[in-house]
Design a protein around this ligand. Structure first.
Ligand code: ZN
Length: 245
């Protein structure tokens, strides 16, 4: 079973279509979306329609719930709040209902099983970010599964829990899952990468080979950027796509 995991599309249709095209060429059995389909970008409706058509499972992200009043926007920074309010005005009643109804976790049992969430395996509803070794170590220590896929920080990385209870970064591109070890995999962001690489990111998990590969995909950044400016969204949201920050 080969699973493509996408996250943080953020209304960037150019990036999403480039990723879906890449996925279709890589013998993938199913697609799972870890949330934040909307927010920041200029094409929330088209992105939502495309992800609904292609993904077997879609989880809730904080921006999805921010756009439908399930999350207080005080929690957002200024540009995120402006984008959430802009997005809210463009969503149809059906789209709003759909986003509000999304689950916050997905679990697959059995050999090769895993947990998937937008933010963190422990208390995902708090929308914390795993940005440091200490935070990753806490999450790895308290989660009750050996493998968890997350998004949220927009930075692909593999956190590995060692036998001595310490956490290390086990890479950012290719991971072989060692038996008896515990991992958190951040799949990166399709529509707003923040690791200095402007290409769209997503992950492919191969259960039989016990490996995870982060794929990077070129897309038409210029069109995505121009659409954000034409929509009257904050300029910073357009400019950051050029640099992947
Ligand atoms: Zn996000």
């Amino acid at each position: 079973m080969r699973t493509a995991l996408i996250s943080d599309i953020h209304g960037n249709l150019q990036a999403l279509m480039a990723v879906l095209e890449d996925v279709s060429r890589r013998r993938v059995d199913r697609l799972i979306c870890l949330g934040d389909v909307v927010g920041y970008g200029a094409e929330p409706n088209a992105c939502l329609a495309e992800v609904r058509r292609r993904a077997k499972k879609i989880l809730a992200g904080n921006h999805d719930w921010g756009a439908v009043d399930r999350l207080d926007l005080d929690y957002f920074n200024r540009n995120a709040r402006i984008a959430a309010q802009w997005t809210r005005r463009r969503l149809s009643p059906d789209e709003r209902r759909f986003l509000a109804s999304l689950d916050i976790t997905f679990s697959q049992e059995g050999p090769g099983g895993f947990l998937a969430v937008h933010s963190t395996p422990v208390r995902p509803q708090d929308w914390h970010y795993i940005l440091s070794i200490d935070e990753a170590e806490y999450q790895l220590e308290h989660m009750d599964r050996d493998l968890c896929f997350v998004g949220h920080s927009h930075q692909p990385v593999f956190w590995q829990y060692q036998a001595d209870g310490r956490c290390v970064v086990a890479g950012r591109e290719y991971l072989h899952l060692e038996p008896g070890r515990r991992y958190i995999v951040n799949v990166g962001s399709v529509g707003q990468p923040r690791d200095g690489d402007p290409r769209a990111a997503y992950a492919i998990y191969d259960q039989e080979q016990r490996e995870v590969i982060i794929q990077r995909v070129q897309y038409d950044v210029d069109t995505a950027r121009r659409q954000i400016l034409e929509a009257g969204l904050p300029m910073a949201l357009a400019e950051r796509l050029i640099y992947g920050i």
